[in-house]
Design a binder for this molecule. Structure first.
Ligand SMILES: N[C@@H](CCC(=O)N[C@@H](CS)C(=O)NCC(=O)O)C(=O)O
Length: 213
């Protein structure tokens, strides 16, 4: 049995979605990250970086890094059908999953915690503004690849889609992102209305996109 250390509105959403879709048995332990529980000694012993999620494997080893957790779950459940089977399509799935994790998620962190990215006493606002500009640039790059949509691959939902929708939902101005990038809006609508993913989205209290006009 897996154990997922989770908190609402965090990357644990994508991991719980992956476990659910692949049919992996798991239990949850809540880490109240708004109250700072991720910085307490008990949790730092699980993830020394002090971030959520963390995933304890059935054998007891602990994983950090949400994208790595998705790849592990796909490895453990190779017949899930939630990843492309074609090698070239898989290459694209790896590319955009790592792009979402290393670029989009990381840029979200810069505007969510700007004071961590500067030592200048009045530097946080500049970090935040630069991160806003960067995330908009990254989304326009990703939207180009998201065609025809609404899901990334024509086969339908893969584990890439909830991950992309999750980082999109954390945009500093979600209505603006949806208006600027209609393909990202369509992806959000498809993910949040998916019969298995939508309930997890709501349980994690993830921001909802406005319905399309
Ligand atoms: N690269 C990590 C990022 C995890 C992360 O930054 N989690 C956020 C919540 S979405 C967090 O724990 N923030 C609390 C903090 O940094 O104090 C991953 O993909 O798992």
């Amino acid at each position: 049995m897996y154990k997922l250390y989770w908190s609402r509105r965090t990357g644990a959403f994508a991991v719980e979605t992956a476990l659910t879709l692949c049919g992996a048995p798991f239990e949850r332990e809540q880490v109240d990250h708004k109250a700072g529980a991720q910085r307490e000694a008990a949790y730092l012993a699980i993830n020394p970086v002090g971030q959520v999620p963390a995933l304890a494997l059935p054998g007891g080893q602990v994983m950090t890094e949400s994208a790595a957790m998705l790849l592990h779950i796909l490895d453990a459940y190779p017949d899930s059908g939630f990843w492309p089977s074609d090698t070239a399509e898989r290459a694209m799935a790896y590319r955009w999953l790592v792009f979402a994790s290393a670029q989009l998620y990381e840029t979200d962190l810069r505007y969510s915690y700007p004071d961590r990215y500067t030592t200048a006493p009045d530097g946080a606002e500049g970090v935040r503004q630069a991160a806003h500009a960067q995330v908009d640039r990254l989304w326009s790059i990703l939207a180009e690849a998201l065609t025809p949509g609404p899901f990334f691959f024509e086969q339908g939902l893969t584990l890439l889609d909830p991950y992309l929708a999750m980082v999109a939902a954390w945009h500093y101005d979600l209505p603006r992102l949806c208006a600027a990038e209609p393909r990202v809006h369509a992806l959000l609508e498809a993910v949040t209305s998916h019969p298995e993913v939508g309930p997890v989205w709501r349980r994690y209290d993830m921001p909802m996109p406005a319905p399309a006009a």
